[in-house]
Design a protein around this ligand. Structure first.
Ligand SMILES: [Zn+2]
Length: 205
């Protein structure tokens, strides 16, 4: 209706949707767009996070969101973006380790300098070896952290202690979770009830 609506609709289709298996355990995070396709193909049902009622695609269409709520629109249909979908045929829980990649490191450290705590854009952050490579430091989850330009320059080829820097938390290999590919800010509040055993991977030991 208003100018700018198509952009918002696109954003909504790219928003994250939690995928839970037949035993109602989180296994994956996908986009609203892919979630709707899975529901349309009858591989999954949409779960209303408040009531836990499940819906087929047709049932979901017949349940449009309130007018003031952000919705996906086509000329004939208005529907709410699913926050959670339930797989109908899958009951395993994937079990793998979080691979050490640059992208995963940025996610683990949440785009935050691990020395001064400043959140920065990607171009202002670099991967710092806590024990410098020149002194035998490995490129691993346990020896790499994000550092901002300032802290990185200050640290150079020293250990944090030598230049009076302290790590916010010891760097560790993150546990694999269905949320691994998401920044904490992309998670929906409604997901909490589907993962009572899930501890935030940023929790300090
Ligand atoms: Zn810093």
């Amino acid at each position: 209706m208003r100018a700018g609506e198509p952009v918002r609709r696109t954003d909504l289709l790219e928003r994250a949707t939690l995928v839970i298996n037949r035993s109602w355990r989180p296994v994956h995070v996908t986009t609203v767009r892919r979630a709707l396709c899975m529901v349309f193909r009858e591989a999954a049902r949409i779960v209303a996070p408040d009531t836990l009622a499940t819906f087929t695609f047709l049932e979901w269409i017949r349940r449009p969101p309130p007018e003031d709520e952000l919705a996906i629109r086509s000329p004939s249909v208005r529907l709410a973006a699913p926050e959670v979908i339930l797989l109908l045929h899958f009951d395993r829980v994937p079990c793998h380790e979080a691979p050490f990649t640059r992208r995963n490191l940025f996610l683990r450290d949440d785009f935050t300098c691990q020395y001064c705590g400043r959140r920065c854009n990607t171009d202002l952050l670099s991967v710092d070896h806590v024990l410098p490579r020149s002194r035998g430091g490995k490129t691993s989850w346990e020896n790499c952290v994000l550092a901002c330009v300032g802290c990185n320059a200050r640290k150079a080829n020293h250990t944090p202690k030598e230049v009076g820097l302290r790590l916010l938390r010891p760097p560790v290999r993150p546990r694999w979770t269905p949320y691994l590919n998401l920044r904490p800010s992309q998670r929906m509040e409604s997901w909490a009830r589907f993962a009572p055993e899930h501890k935030r991977r940023t929790a300090s030991p």
